[in-house]
Structure formats: C-alpha cells, structure tokens
Write a protein that binds this ligand. Structure first.
Ligand code: EPZ
Length: 415
C-alpha cells in the first residue's frame, strides 16, 4: 500500500507545471472506443487510474503505445469483452458502458464499486439509458445491456451528475437522432469531452451549460489531442503553499476553471495573481477563517477540493464552516486531522473547524484519494513527523506527489 513520511515546517517555494487532468482524460480514454483508427493523446498524467483504464482498453483489443506523456491508441482490432474486474476497482470505468454500447450496441459490465466517499450509485445512468431504449437486465451483479434499439431522446437528469452526463454523451454520440441532456453537469471536464469528441467528428453543443444537444453521427475517427491541466492538482498545490506559509507559481493552468477555489484562498488571506495560463500565490503569516463554504456542482466550490481546503482552515485564526453537499461520506479526513490536533466537529454534512495554533505530526490513514492529499498537506505544516498510510489512494490521482513536493522544498518520502 505504501506510505508517505513527512517532516513538517518547510514552506513550499518555487514553480511547478500542472500535469494533465485525471477527470479530463478518463472519459476521453473511454470515448476512444467509439472511434475508428488511431488517437494520439498528449499531456497525459502518469497516474494509477490512467494505467488501469489503459488496461481496460487493451482487454478490449486496442493497441496501446506510450511515449512519455503521450499515449497512442489504435482501436482497429477492438472487440467487446468482459471488463468487470476493473469496473469493481475504478468507478470511472462505468463510462465504458456508454462507449461499448456506442460501438457494439451491446455491453456487459459489473456494478462499479462504491468507495470511501459514498455509495456512488448509478441509477441516473441506468434511468437515462433505459429512456434511450437500452434494455438493461441484471444477472448475478452484471448489467447486461442491449442497445440495438437505442435512439436519441430528451434526458432529464435528476441531479447534474458528471459521470451520468458523460455516459449519456458517449451513448448518444453515435445513436440515431438527436439527444438533449437537461440538467447536465457543467464541469470543465464535460466541455473537454465535447471538444475531444467534436474533433473526432461528433456533433455536440452546449457543454458547460445545463443543456447539451447531441446529433448522432455514423462514424467517429481518431484524432490528436492535448489533455487540459488538472484543476484539482493545481488547487491542491495552492493549498500546500497556503498551509506552509509558502509562495508558488503554477504554470500551464487556466485560472478560469478555479474561480471558487481562488476566491476562497483570497478570503483565507492569500495573495493571488493570475495570468492567462498561470497562477501565483503567496501565503499570509496567519490563515484567516472562511465563514461558509459549501461544495456543489460546478461552478460551486468543488467537492474534490473540500478535504484539502479543510486542512488549511485547521490553522486559521478563528472558526470556519464547510458543508459537503455532493457526497454523503466525504469527511473521512476529519478524524485523522483531529489526531494531529485539529479542532473539528461535525453536524450532519457540516463541519465546524476551530483554528488551532499548530498541528502535531502523527501516524494517520489516507482513506481515499483526496483524504490522503489533505493529510499530506497537514503533515507539511505539522510540528514533527507525520506518516500518511495508503499512498496507493493518492497515487490514483497525483503523479509522484512526493517528488514534486520535494522539488518545492518539502521534506517528504514515499516508503
Ligand atoms: C466525478 O465522479 C469525479 N470523478 C469525482 O472526482 C468528482 O468528485 C465528482 O464527479 C463530482 O464532481 C471522475 O470524473 C472520474 P457524480 P462521479 O456522478 O461522476 C450521486 C476525485 O476525487 N449519483 O457527479 O462519480 C453520487 O452518489 C473524484 O477525483 C447518484 O446518486 O460523480 C454523488 O452523491 C471523486 N446516482 C453525486 O451524485 C448516479 O447515477 C455526484 O456524483 C450518479 C451519481
């Protein structure tokens, strides 16, 4: 499982180039199944979830070549196959349901595993697919889908689910007729998926708004595409500068995708300077409390930044409040932060964080990807040594975080 060992008290200083977006590339990799020929992706993050998704594509008969941060995928020999084991390991592989139906009109896929942040049901995906004429039967935990009668329809999502929006796009892009997705998710990753698919010959418009219109086409072709930067990795490092009283310049990141995070970092007393494709941050000597943050669908404060931001607020000069409205179990970092001396109480989906003078190093457990990241940030600021268990979760979404942090002045190693 691996663990990070951190010696606190060293400010982060310097420049880092933000890597490719995990939540941007994963739906793109699934959507490559819809294309004929070769696709070349650049600026790919070399993280566990990408490696796992490439394994799925190979199981489905695609030829994969990796050249540094570029990945070449040839779908010529691809075939429908059983990918259930991987679906259990990684939630985002549910997107292969839409991709396999879009290419083969058939899909047999297992229920994706829940994880530490919640049940993660897929009822919205299934309801939308059935509405479009996909026949879905459950056999021994497998979802057997027949999409031969799939046709474009009006889809109303009960919640602007990112995954359900992406899956509907993948199902609709080669379906007969026109599909309209109402109450669609507006995340930048949805816009990125539209951009990629349109470059392959799709006819999609409206991504970034709550209504996406897709006109089915017969064929999609491989293309060459550069994945955008990871706004959550960027936010995590900005929080690292804030909590260690440091100063960072992030390159290759568009501030427009991080409005809420930058606003809150400013409220916390950080100096932020934006350029078109970079962000500079200088931390205050003392973090200011932030009155009320509630996570929500984009453009609200991103749930994927909630644990990391809470780490900063544990050292604020006052009391802050964070409400988590997206996932029902995304407070697993709180008990671990309290073991480090934080003063946090939880009432339902709301956490009250009373700032303390300092955190103490401790042996803590990273229970999911962003929980682990939050604990690493806390360890960077804590007195003494902190060990963060379950490095494997962090490695799902951050590429060699210990090396990047070390290059910025942190004392951290991976064991
Ligand atoms: C995506 O997950 C991201 N993952 C998550 O990032 C992110 O936190 C989430 O969107 C919200 O922004 C990827 O893109 C790979 P949802 P997804 O469907 O698609 C409920 C990270 O840390 N829901 O928008 O699974 C669900 O339970 C990860 O990088 C249903 O009830 O998120 C949750 O409460 C974590 N039924 C809410 O909607 C459904 O059918 C939002 O889920 C689908 C979702």
């Amino acid at each position: 499982m691996g663990r990070y060992r951190i010696k606190g008290g060293y400010p982060l200083r310097g420049t880092m180039t933000v890597r490719g977006s995990k939540n941007g590339i994963l739906p793109i990799l699934a959507s490559v199944m819809l294309t004929e020929g070769e696709t070349i992706l650049h600026h790919c993050p070399l993280i566990a979830d990408v490696h796992l998704t490439l394994e799925v594509l190979e199981q489905l008969g695609c030829k994969i070549k990796k050249e540094g941060r570029s990945i070449i995928i040839d779908t010529k020999g691809c075939k429908n196959a059983d990918i259930n084991e991987t679906v259990q390991k990684m939630r985002s592989s549910i997107l292969f349901m839409g991709a396999l139906l879009g290419r083969f009109q058939q899909a047999k896929i297992g229920y994706p595993g829940g994880c530490e942040i919640g049940m993660r049901p897929i009822d919205l995906h299934l309801k939308a697919f059935r509405n479009m004429g996909v026949v879905i039967e459950e056999e021994k935990g497998l979802l057997c889908c027949d999409g031969t009668k799939c046709i474009g329809k009006k889809i109303n999502l009960d919640f602007p689910s990112v995954g359900a929006t992406e899956n509907c796009m993948l199902l609709a892009v080669k379906a007969k007729g026109i599909t309209k997705i109402y109450n669609a998710a507006c995340e930048p990753e949805i816009v990125e998926l539209q951009t990629f698919l349109n470059q392959c010959g799709a006819k999609i418009r409206g991504a970034g708004t709550d209504c996406i219109i897709i006109e089915g086409v017969k064929v999609l072709y491989g293309t060459e595409y550069t994945v955008s930067s990871d706004r959550i990795e960027a936010g995590t490092f900005l929080c690292g500068a804030a909590i260690t009283k440091g100063e960072l310049e992030l390159k290759n990141i568009c501030p427009d995708t991080m409005r809420q995070v930058l606003l809150r970092l400013g409220e916390a007393g950080c100096l932020i300077k934006e350029q078109k494709n970079s962000i500079y941050i200088k931390a205050p000597q003392k973090i200011k409390p932030v009155s009320r943050i509630h996570t929500g669908p984009y453009p609200d404060f991103p749930t994927d930044m909630q644990p990391q931001f809470m780490s900063i607020l544990t050292l604020a000069e006052g009391t802050s409040i964070i409400s988590e409205t997206v996932f029902e179990a995304r407070f697993k970092h709180i008990s671990e932060l309290c073991r480090m001396g934080a003063d946090i109480t939880v009432e339902g989906q709301t956490a009250v964080i009373k700032g303390v003078k300092s955190l103490k190093g401790a042996y803590v457990s990273g229970k999911d990807l962003r929980c682990g990241a939050a604990l690493i940030l806390a360890g960077l600021a804590a007195e003494g040594e902190t060990v963060v268990e379950n490095a494997c979760y962090v490695q799902r979404g951050y590429e060699q975080i210990e090396k990047v942090l070390t290059s910025l002045g942190a004392k951290i190693s991976l064991e």
